[in-house]
Design a protein around this ligand. Sequence first.
Ligand code: CP
Length: 346
Amino acid sequence: MSGWSHRHVLDLASFSVEDFATVLELAQRFRSLPVAGARKLPALQGRLMTSLFFEPSTRTRSSFELAAKRLSAEVQSFSPSASSLSKGESLLDTARTYVAMGADILVVRHRCAGVPHSLARDLDRCGERVAVLSAGDGLHSHPSQGLLDLFTLARHFSPEAPGPASLMGRRIVIVGDVLHSRVARSNLWALTGCGADVVLCAPPTLLPECFADFVAAPPPGQRADPVAARGRVQVVRSLEEALPGADAVMTLRLQKERMQQHLLTSLDTYHRRYGLSHRRLALCGDGVPVLHPGPVNRGVEIAGELLDDPDRSLVEEQVRNGIPIRMALLYLLAATAPLPPPLTAA
Ligand code: CP
């Protein structure tokens, strides 16, 4: 893959338009493959992916493991509570232990922002030739989720050629708990990187005004923005203002513990003002799709009937697309064998 230079995948702020194009193009090829079984690709034969999940996960962990198996990699899982971390072993020594067993890729989820970055930096310093892939760290980043959301939207707008151009000039609304969402942050970098305008919508306690400047400068530690012209970011406080003209709407999980912190006065009020339903979506054009990264609080951020409506909801499609996106990332970080020629689209 020409131009791909990432040794690790830790966030999407460092992705260029070409990087997004590379991942989407590969994912489209992988998505058109028949489902696994004996038809696995040999691209990662002899490679080992180790998943280090310090937080629970249903979608991310399972789809990384399936993606690795579909590329013929070996898969190893780690359970923190049953590990020697409880005897005081450091995270770096734990990771190096798995590298010594042959891990080529470490997929890391942690509740603290920056842990995959620190681990990647320390492993590099130790001279280890292992790739680190963030599967979500604190409020900071969830790159594979941002990419699968990008792919799902690109496929919705351009099923045959879902590249960055499919997103150019689109108006994408993200509604909900932006402040506490690593998914929203990754989506902001991905969507604006492909030229989409993002409208963020939530009450001030869940969406500080400063998010309007979120992509105005690269994050600390990154010298330059690899994207020359990003889409715009706007902060609004009501769905009535956000939804007209939207091309797609993404809602985020409302973390109910925010109620205890008094960031919301009541779930009912939140649902009335920010919950998505068929009636609310009438403010957009016909057929505007809804996305949600999951897990979902039915009846809070989205009505159950809308979530289950295959004509409007892309939520299951997001889950399906997680596998080819993660195959693409694993392939780019560790492939040992070339791919067969491009396949026809699914
Ligand atoms: N969207 C997401 O990260 O889901 P999981 O927590 O189930 O992996």
